[in-house]
Design a protein around this ligand. Structure first.
Ligand SMILES: Cc1cc2nc3c(=O)[nH]c(=O)nc-3n(C[C@H](O)[C@H](O)[C@H](O)COP(=O)(O)OP(=O)(O)OC[C@H]3O[C@@H](n4cnc5c(N)ncnc54)[C@H](O)[C@@H]3O)c2cc1C
Length: 116
């Protein structure tokens, strides 16, 4: 199977960032685009929701510093929500209607607890 040229990851939280880092660690050399709905880099939620509330931390940690993305040639596209995946067309569409091509897609969109 041919090496993918462009991998898109949807979700800029811990899972998305870890996937991007793992791909580079495994010598993936193609384009890597990471989309995140929030306009800021993701926080580490345990610190945000626990140490900060207890007054044990002044600021929440970000999942990664900007260097992480730059060093690994990850195109970080924050404030962009992906609203449609076209599997046959190998592309994703954002909320502005713009489409972004990809050879491979990694959904890392997190999950929401289901109330019972
Ligand atoms: C308040 C809180 C406290 C927590 N505390 C702890 C803890 O103390 N210990 C622990 O082990 N775990 C804790 N967790 C759970 C842990 O943080 C999560 O398991 C972890 O954040 C999951 O990472 P993730 O990358 O899979 O998802 P998320 O962190 O949810 O990231 C998913 C990202 O995908 C983005 N996204 C989703 N859909 C789209 C879309 N269509 N287009 C573009 N972007 C999209 C979201 O905006 C988000 O940035 C906590 C979770 C929360 C909410």
């Amino acid at each position: 199977m041919a090496e993918p040229q462009r991998i898109v990851i949807i979700g800029s939280g811990l899972a998305g960032a870890a996937a991007a880092g793992a791909l580079r660690d495994r010598d993936y050399v193609g384009d890597l685009v990471l989309f995140g709905r929030e306009s800021h880099r993701s926080y580490e939620l345990p610190v945000l929701s626990k140490q900060m509330l207890l007054g044990d931390a002044d600021e929440p940690n970000r999942v990664h510093e900007p260097d992480f993305y730059e060093d690994r040639r990850v195109e970080l596209r924050l404030g962009v929500e992906i609203v449609r995946v076209d599997v046959d067309g190998r592309s994703v569409e954002d909320s502005t209607g713009a489409t972004h091509s990809c050879d491979r897609l990694i959904p890392a969109t997190g999950s929401t607890p289901k109330p019972r």
